[in-house]
Design a binder for this molecule. Structure first.
Ligand code: 4AD
Ligand code: MG
Length: 510
């Protein structure tokens, strides 16, 4: 028999007979009703199996439907504002596919802990938050293609097995290519540059690999990168493109993923402000002054803001502790079950906010030290990016970087050979770098010099140098890390949740 999908429920009038096939997401049993939160992959709905409707035998059988059991339910669909997804199905009969015994993930993500969840990624994917994240990821991907396709870009596929390094030789995964050394691609950029001389506006969308031994919340060993490359472009036009692009994809997820953001508890006003405000552009050198507390943005001093955050964290801890003590006292004195439950929930939230504030108490003094002592020429660490972006409410474009901390292909700033026309987009609220890009060097002599300085083998790059020998033009592009974008959009602590099966330092299974 044909079945229906939850995502199409709006099409059906109340009382229509339908069938859904999926999994049990949550169970509440009473003497006369089983209430199931039910997931078919396209959405969530409530299915009610009542003793009156199905009879004693079937009602007993439905009692066996445990978390993650697979089942098909048939019955009347009814709008119900209070149920998850806005509908319920009054079940008249059902068919069990498989009873799941003791599904291992029953509690909150926080209670299980990240290691357990990562080891059970194949099952963790079924939980509501993961469902929401993967749908946001899907809409971001659609938004990315939509933006570039509407703007006249051609999608190209760059090779994944490469013969030369793009982003330096330190984090290459080496492999054997018929007896010859080859590397998993760090970036499709060099190939996109070649293609843009043939097709003009192009973009890649594919997996990239870095063997950095970084066990941080924002590093993966395998991640998906989107790399546009544009002929007859400069770093100035590059920055305009980055801003238009990010606004487009964020506007799209705001439009398409309301329910998902609600499930995730994402504060969408922050994303709305991204769509509605200009992205500030600051030079690297000004960014250093901001970090040192010597340059104010809208009257805001980066160091003072951190000191204020520290004070706020301290008073939050005091206030919450007092409130917890009061509520606990009231509970002890005795109250009705409902009120008690409510109080316990409030206490749990107050305690988890204390944990966050305690982490700030540990971190912020270190961040302040690092920011105050930051020297012109250094590369930003993740805390520096946090401190820097804290003075802005939107993503910020940082451009004109010291040459020695950037890749060989970036174009020198006129009259300042120690600086290159690179640009990073830093996302606010501590998310940091999500895009890196640049105008590309076109002077073949400078490139030859840089290839040497970076200890690269010129022979590997002859094909790339040909692009400067035949009809060379100014050009620019950038790379967006998809998982970094998902992490920021969904406001996730760790990048492990942004891709179905994360590959990162020390983690290759499942
Ligand atoms: O800044 P990156 O290294 O720049 C490039 O690869 C250039 N070839 C891009 C270009 O100009 N076409 O990397 C670009 C982005 C970063 O901003 C970050 O979002 C992401 O890729 N990224 C990572 N994401 C997850 N894990 C990692 N280890 C990442 N390394 C870079
Ligand atoms: Mg970078």
């Amino acid at each position: 028999m044909q079945h229906q999908y939850i995502q199409d429920f709006a099409k059906y009038k109340d009382g229509t007979e339908i069938t859904v096939k999926g999994w049990i997401d949550k169970v509440r049993n009473s003497k006369t009703n089983h209430f199931f939160d039910f997931r078919d992959g396209t959405g969530f709905t409530q299915c009610v199996v009542s003793l009156d409707a199905v009879g004693e035998k079937a009602f007993e059988e439905a009692k066996n439907l445990s978390l993650e059991s697979s089942v098909s339910f048939s019955g009347k669909i009814i709008r119900n504002e209070r149920s998850l997804g806005g509908y319920e199905i009054q079940v008249s009969n059902f068919e069990i596919y498989h009873l799941a015994h003791n599904f291992p993930i029953t509690k909150d993500d926080k209670e299980h802990g990240p290691n357990f969840l990562e080891e059970h990624r194949h099952l963790w994917l079924r939980r509501r938050r993961q469902w929401a994240i993967n749908r946001v990821r899907n809409q971001l991907i659609m938004g990315i293609h939509e933006f570039f396709q509407q703007d006249g870009f051609i999608q190209m596929d760059a090779p994944l097995l490469t013969g030369s390094a793009c982003e330096g030789t330190t984090d290459l995964f080496e492999t054997d290519f018929f007896g010859q050394a080859a590397y998993l691609s760090q970036s499709g950029q060099l190939y996109a540059e070649a293609m843009s001389m043939a097709m003009n506006k192009v973009y890649t969308f594919g997996p990239t690999f870095r063997s950095e031994k970084s066990n941080t919340p924002r590093h993966l060993a395998e991640f998906w990168m989107i790399e546009p490359e544009v002929a007859f472009a400069t770093n100035e036009s590059n920055m305009i493109l980055i801003e238009r692009f990010i606004k487009h994809v964020i506007a799209r997820v705001l439009d398409k993923c309301k329910f998902e953001f609600e499930l995730l508890g994402r504060d969408i006003s922050q994303l709305e402000s991204v769509v509605n405000n200009d992205f500030p552009q600051v030079t690297y050198s000004d960014a250093v002054k901001i970090l040192n507390g010597d340059l104010l943005i809208d009257g805001k001093n980066a160091i003072k803001l951190q000191e204020q955050d520290l004070e706020n964290a301290k008073s939050l801890i005091d206030n919450n502790k007092n409130e917890i003590a009061e509520r606990e006292k009231a509970i002890k004195a005795g109250m009705k079950k409902g009120a008690r439950k409510h109080n316990e929930q409030v206490i749990a939230k107050l305690s988890s906010d204390i944990k966050i504030a305690e982490e700030q108490l540990r971190n912020i003094p270190k961040w302040i030290e690092s920011a105050k002592n930051f020297k012109q020429g250094d590369d930003f660490g993740s805390s520096d990016e946090t401190v820097l972006t804290r003075v802005f409410s939107t993503p910020v474009l940082v451009y004109n970087w010291p040459a020695k901390i950037k890749a060989f292909y970036m174009k020198e700033v006129e009259g300042q050979p120690d600086y290159v026309k690179g640009v990073d987009l830093l996302a606010p609220d501590g998310f940091g770098e999500i895009i890196g890009g640049s105008e590309r060097e076109t002077d073949i002599n400078i490139l030859l010099k840089k290839i040497k300085e970076h200890n690269l083998d010129q022979a590997d790059f002859e094909w790339y140098l040909d692009l400067r020998r035949f009809g060379s033009v100014p050009h620019a592009g950038f790379g967006l890390g998809l998982e970094r974008l998902v992490r920021w959009s969904c406001d996730l602590h760790h990048v492990r949740e942004t891709i179905p099966f994360p590959r990162r330092y020390g983690h290759i299974k499942p």
